[in-house]
Write a protein that binds this ligand. Structure first.
Ligand code: FES
Ligand SMILES: [Fe+2]
Length: 435
C-alpha cells in the first residue's frame, strides 16, 4: 500500500478505539508489513534446547524467508538464509536434523555448519583468484538470544534484543527461566495452516480476555480444573493485563491458594532460588498466564488440571504466527517444561497441552474456527467501511493501576480491550513511520 493510501484510509482511530477492517486481510497491508515490521523486528527463531549438539539444525521463517538455525562446531548458534549462494535453490529440505554440511540438491555446492562454502564441486573451473570465502550462505544480519530464546533480525539498525524486549524480560523469566536450568522444549513443534490474519492470533493471546468466558466456556466448565467458572469470574475481577511497551503484553490471573499450588512440588525450592521476590510472588498464585511478544510470538500457561486429588499440572505453550499470505498463517506450536521437572511430569504436560492446544486441541479448535470465519469480510466492499471495534480500551488506556508488583503498566478491567489496542497502536506506529 502506498503511503498515500495510509493517509486516504486511516487504519486506526485512536480516540474512538476503531480499527479499519483492511488491517486484517488486505494484500497491500500484508506486503507492507513485510518491510515495515518483519524485516525490521526481532523475530523468534527457536530455543537453544532444540539444537543442543554441534550440527543440530532447524529451519524457520523470517519475513517469509526460510532460515537455517544451526549449532556450529564451536558451540555457538548460527542462522543463515536457506538459499544457495549459487542460484538460490533451497539448500536444507528438512524441518530439523543433524549434519556436518549442507549440500545443495541442484549443483552440489556444500556449506559447513558455520555457513562457509566448502566446495562448489567444480572449484577448479573458477577463474584464478576467485574468493570462495565470499560465497557462503547469507547470515541473518543480527542474531542474539535471551535465556535460551534465539531471535534474529534482518535489519542492522535499531534496538538491540535486550532493548527490544525491555521490561518484558521480567515476565519471560517467570515463564521460561524460573529454575536454574531454565526451560526446555519438549519435542518438535506442531505446524499447521490457519486462514486468519497473524494479528488476530497475536492479539487473541496478548490479550483477548473477553473471549475466554464465551468461546471457551464449554471446556472451562467441563475440564478438571481446580476452580469453577464462578471462581474464574471472581479472579478475573482482580486479574491484570500488562503492557511493557513495544507492543508486548501479558494477562495474569491469580487465584488464592497455597504457594506454587499449581506447580510440581519438587520445583518449588528452585523457583525461590531463581526468581526475585516479586516474580516469586506472581508465580505463587498464578493460575493462567497468556502473552504476546510483538510481533508474532505468543505463549500461554493454561488452566491447571487436577490429575489426582491435590496434584496439579499445566502446560506451557509457545506459539509463532507466520504470515504466509493475506489472511493466512502458518502456526508453530511448542511445548515447554522446566529442565529439572521429572520425565513423568514432562510427558503429562505434553499430552495435556496437545489435548488443549494441539492442532486438534479443544481450545485450539474453538479459537481457530472463529478466527477463520472472519474470512473475506476484511476486504469485502459490503463491510470494509465498518471498522472493527476495540472501544472498551478507550476509557482505561491512560489509567494504569498501581497495585501490580511487576514492571510495565498494568490495567483493569481484565476484559477491556486495552493491551490488544496498544498492540495495534504499536503496529500502526511502525507501519506509518516515515510516511
Ligand atoms: S543452486 Fe545450489 S548448487 Fe546450484
Ligand atoms: Fe482462546
Amino acid at each position: 500500500m502506498s503511503q498515500d493510501a495510509t493517509v486516504d484510509r486511516q487504519w486506526i482511530d485512536e480516540e474512538k478505539g476503531l480499527v479499519n477492517r483492511e488491517v486484517f486481510g488486505s494484500p497491500e497491508v500484508h506486503e507492507l508489513e513485510k518491510d515495515k515490521i518483519f524485516r525490521k523486528s526481532w523475530l523468534y527463531l527457536g530455543h537453544e534446547t532444540e539444537i543442543p549438539n554441534a550440527g543440530d539444525h532447524v529451519t524457520r521463517t523470517m519475513a517469509g524467508d526460510s532460515v537455517i538455525v544451526v549449532r556450529r562446531p564451536d558451540g555457538t548458534v548460527g542462522a543463515y538464509l536457506n538459499s544457495c549462494a549459487h542460484r538460490g535453490v533451497k539448500v536444507c529440505r528438512v524441518d530439523s536434523g543433524n549434519t556436518r554440511r549442507f549440500v545443495c540438491p541442484y549443483h552440489g555446492w556444500s556449506y559447513g555448519t558455520d555457513g562457509a562454502l566448502i566446495s562448489t564441486n567444480f572449484d577448479a573451473l573458477y577463474p584464478e583468484g576467485t574468493d570462495f570465502t565470499t560465497m557462503g550462505l547469507v547470515p541473518v544480519t543480527r542474531l542474539d538470544s535471551y535465556k535460551g530464546m534465539i531471535f534474529g533480525n534482518w535489519s542492522s539498525e535499531g534496538e538491540t534484543l535486550d532493548e527490544f524486549l525491555g521490561d518484558f524480560r521480567w515476565y519471560l523469566d517467570v515463564f521460561f527461566a524460573r529454575t536454574p536450568g531454565g526451560a526446555e522444549v519438549l519435542g518438535p513443534p506442531q505446524r499447521f495452516i490457519v486462514n486468519a490474519d497473524w494479528k488476530t492470533a497475536a492479539i487473541n493471546f496478548g490479550t483477548d480476555n473477553t473471549h475466554v468466558i464465551t468461546t471457551h466456556i464449554g471446556p472451562m466448565t467441563l475440564s478438571s480444573t481446580p476452580f469453577t467458572p464462578p471462581d474464574l469470574m471472581a479472579a478475573m475481577g482482580e486479574a491484570v493485563q500488562v503492557s511493557t511497551g513495544n507492543g508486548h503484553s501479558c494477562s495474569l490471573v491469580s487465584l488464592p491458594g497455597d504457594r506454587y499450588a499449581h506447580y510440581p512440588k519438587e520445583l518449588h525450592d528452585l523457583y525461590d532460588e531463581q526468581l526475585d521476590d516479586d516474580q516469586a510472588g506472581l508465580l505463587a498464585n498464578l493460575a493462567i498466564g497468556v502473552s504476546t511478544v510483538f510481533p508474532n510470538l505468543s505463549f500461554i500457561e493454561n488452566t491447571p488440571s487436577e490429575v489426582e486429588p491435590g496434584v496439579f499440572m499445566k502446560g506451557l505453550l509457545l506459539r509463532q504466527w507466520h504470515p504466509i499470505a493475506p489472511g493466512q498463517i502458518e502456526v508453530l506450536s511448542w511445548q515447554f517444561a522446566e529442565v529439572e521437572a521429572s520425565d513423568e511430569y514432562k510427558q503429562a504436560v505434553h499430552v495435556r497441552a496437545v489435548n488443549d492446544f494441539g492442532v486438534g486441541g479443544l481450545f485450539e479448535q474453538e479459537d481457530v474456527e472463529l478466527w477463520s470465519s472472519v474470512g473475506s469480510t476484511t476486504t469485502s466492499p459490503a463491510a470494509r467501511d465498518h471498522p472493527f471495534v476495540f472501544a472498551t480500551a478507550v476509557p482505561f488506556m491512560d489509567t494504569p493501576v498501581t497495585d501490580h508488583a511487576g514492571p510495565g503498566n498494568a490495567y483493569r478491567p481484565f476484559v477491556a480491550e486495552i493491551t490488544q489496542f496498544k498492540f495495534l497502536q504499536h503496529w500502526n506506529k511502525l507501519m506509518t513511520e516515515g510516511a
